[in-house]
Design a protein around this ligand. Sequence first.
Ligand code: NAP
Length: 487
Amino acid sequence: MPTNTHTCIIIGTGFSGLAMAIKLKEKGIQDFIILEKAASVGGTWRENTYPGAECDIPSALYSFSFEPYPFWEYKWSMQPQILEYIKHVAKKHDLNRHIHFQKEMTAAKWNADENYWSVMTEDGTTYNGKTLVSAIGQLHHPSTPNFKGKELFEGDAWHSAQWNHAVPLEGKTVGVIGNAASAVQFIPEIAKTARKVVVFQRSANWMLPKQDRAYKEWEKKLVAKVPFLLRVYRLYIWLLGGGLFNLMKQGNDFVRKIYQKQTVDYIKEHIKDPAVVKALTPTYPMGAKRILFSDTYYPALAQPHVNLATGGVKEITPTGVVAGDGSKHEVDVLIYSTGFKTNPFLAGLTIQGKNGISIKEQWKDGPKNYLGITVDNFPNLFMMYGPNTNLGHNSIILMSEAQANYIAQCVSELEQKKWKSLTVKTDKLNTYHQTTQERLKKMIWMTVEDSWYKSANGNVPNNYPGRTMEYMRVTKTVNFEDFEIVS
Ligand code: NAP
């Protein structure tokens, strides 16, 4: 093994990468590096800077359990403050000295003779690590569908995750394609300055009000003095999220109808035109796609200068968009809020495990792994926010922390016992995968034809079919009997 081989290489400095680094330090492991493609930390909260970007999970829960923060301005935080929190965590835990910025991993190779990973970055540098942790997230490759005529559009156009802040929207007519989690956050913001906004909706989404508000100064002072209160509040939000899990399962139609009625009442509170109410009312069961939370979307749509076009997009012309409903709209600027390539996981990377097998080959029929963390044939490789670990009902930070705990145990055990490698046993992985697939069949996500949770073959490779409590329990203590160990 080369002398410059680190104990661990982590890829990415979003919530997951930083959680991983902190858990390694808790185990006394200091010899790790983090490779970050950008010039600063933050992951998705660095990348998404669209107006109104915020988190749809309250910050008391969308934050680390070990790093409570009494300074949140709002119950649901805006992107700048979440990024500030991430930077605060990196600084407080002295992580910056471990980070190699502007080092984008392109490939990794397992050296079977000497049991270590070589990680290659875009600029040609190679790093070596006994273990490798991918913390690159699920949603970071923007997807822009190939609409007919797209290349003909003469105005400015961009994807919501790559916002062009140089183009002012004052006095302009702005077309927005898409109306999901990202779009409903920035449409109310751009409607404040644009002359006109046209929203091109293909399907309606279920939406509940957030009832967001700024924390009062006395509340912030109180939780700073009595941090225990923040923990109690966190627990309360976690339990509320747990309640939403009932909507993720098929059945439970009584509960679902109650929540669905809440959405319809909420639409009617703001939208008076029955045709628009109908257009905004989803035709699929609530929970099957991501449930949205907003206090501002329907009020924005109620304004006369914000219009809804339905039926998706038929074609794009040099000066506008023809909607699926046949209506033609001239626009100056076009914003694609059409989501992300959601099922690549490690597919864009050349990762070679045992006997030179690539992750692409191994996963040619879909990603198969154990606990969303480990893959057979890939010794000492661990994933965070991997396949079947996404949630539709609770904070993803809970999952990241659980994964970081699990992986830190593996790395620590490798070090202490001087084991050379850990590889999950194929039969363990297969049993886990099969059970997960069986459970997924009973989830509500299966009932819609198309969503970012589903892949082309109808499987749900992204989501976890249980509650966060279950995932935390099954990942709490590593059962090393699940692994082939080379000592
Ligand atoms: P998304 O949920 O994938 O939504 C994409 C939107 O584009 C949908 O309205 C979709 O319509 C539309 N679309 C896609 N292809 C289309 C086509 N060919 N023609 C017409 N319309 C098309 O993307 P997103 O809003 O960026 O959100 C993605 C995920 O990011 C969320 O689910 C969430 O996990 C995360 N996110 C989180 C937050 C947060 O607050 N924590 C905020 C933003 C995003 P259909 O519905 O008809 O497919």
